[in-house]
Design a protein around this ligand. Structure first.
Ligand code: OSB
Ligand code: MG
Length: 377
């Protein structure tokens, strides 16, 4: 046990251009807005968090604006000038605020970072991680066949083990099959972001024969029964992403067999504490997990990587190097994937800090509670 006493906090709203647009059938993301969190304990220990809500509600209902409001107005007052013995304590306090899981996750993460520093252990070891090298995969959002082949060649040469392609009802299944055949050493995932419906089941079923490791979120996030019915007709496992917003959603997936794999995103489920509950469920139910990404900066990626050290995680996650989406990372040290693996820190905590010089270049606004000089400066 530790005593965590939060005496000051900072939140930053940033906007960073992507190197090139990231397009799915739902949305094209050209700039990544984000809310960055920094909490300080009475002994000067700093904890970092990142809120992964997007500018508009295309992926979940939260947005940067709603999350900023929720954190500033409702959640930060539950943190600043408060004392905790464990990060889970904060989840209990925050349960007085409904929903807003991405907003809550950013604060839960910052407390876990402080907690693990006080316990003098790297976060991944503290939560029971069993591996230090995390297998990395990338997402390629590209429809043109020639470009797609070039992209896959490039990421394979960079050492990534797994490629996730975005699909919709109008994607070319034959071309996808051709790509999978050309790269027998890579694992291929296909992410539909809920593009299919009861009218397009026959199109989805064509994907069963092309060598995919899994299909991510074929149907809408509330279409559990439809998903279960169609899963029963297909051998390719469904991995549910948007459908899993909590431990209880994960449990429902196991009971209804609407999917066979969970795509774990700590931001979407409300943080590491809730994610660990899902990990324990996955161990009990023998359900494999993998860790999904959301075009994040280094802090969020570092938390994702720490989670991926757990034994329930069975597939390479969405772990690209910082320079895959952005010119520079906002976190230090920047996330680096080498030979297809991301190596976890041996330092106490999550292992990264916000880089204030870089944040300054992309800052939109800032809010500070009880300004305190940073340690050593
Ligand atoms: O559906 O997995 C998704 C990005 C933003 C929001 C949702 C998703 C994604 C991706 C990219 O697929 C994952 C990444 O950051 O590498
Ligand atoms: Mg997805």
């Amino acid at each position: 046990m530790a005593t965590i006493q939060i005496i000051s906090a900072k939140m930053y709203h940033v906007r960073v251009p992507l190197k090139r647009p990231f397009s799915t059938h739902l949305q094209s993301v050209e700039e990544r807005e984000s809310i960055l969190i920094e909490l300080m304990d009475v002994d000067g220990t700093i904890g970092v968090g990142e809120c992964v809500a997007f500018t508009s509600p295309w992926y979940t209902e939260e947005t940067v604006t709603t999350a900023w409001h929720a954190i500033e107005q409702w959640l930060m007052p539950l943190v600043v000038n408060q004392t905790f013995s464990h990060p889970n304590d904060l989840d209990v306090v925050m349960s007085t605020v409904k929903g807003n899981r991405m907003a809550k996750a950013s604060l839960n993460h910052a407390l876990w970072d402080i907690y693990s520093k006080k316990m003098n252990q790297p976060l991944w070891k503290l939560i029971g991680g069993v591996r230090r090298d995390i297998a990395a995969g990338v997402v390629i959002a590209e429809n043109n066949f020639t470009n797609l082949v070039k992209e896959v060649e490039k990421v394979a040469a960079d050492g990534y083990k797994r490629v996730k392609l975005k699909i919709s009802t109008t994607s070319n299944v034959a071309e996808l099959k051709e790509i999978i055949n050309r790269f027998p050493h890579l694992q291929f995932f296909a992410d539909a972001n809920g593009a299919f419906s009861k009218d397009s089941i026959h199109i989805l079923q064509q994907y069963d024969e092309i060598g995919l490791t899994l299909i991510e979120q074929p149907f809408g996030d509330e279409e559990n029964l439809l998903s279960a019915q169609v899963q029963a007709t297909m051998k390719t496992p469904f991995a549910l992403d948007e459908s899993i917003a909590s431990y209880s959603d994960a449990k429902q997936m196991c009971q209804e067999q609407s999917g066979k794999i969970i795509v774990l995103k700590q931001g979407r489920v409300g943080g590491l504490s809730e994610a660990l509950k899902i990990h324990h469920l996955a161990m009990e139910e023998n359900i494999p997990l993998w860790v999904g990404g959301m075009i994040e900066f280094g802090v969020s990626k570092a938390f994702n990587a720490a989670f991926a050290s757990l034994s329930s995680v069975k597939y390479p996650g969405d772990f690209s190097s910082a320079d895959y989406f952005f010119e520079q990372d906002l976190a230090s040290p920047p996330v680096q994937v080498q030979n297809g693996f991301f190596s976890l820190t041996n330092e106490p905590g999550v292992g990264v800090l916000w880089n204030h010089d870089i944040i300054e270049q992309f800052l939109i606004k800032k809010r500070v509670w009880n300004e305190k000089p940073r340690k050593g400066t």
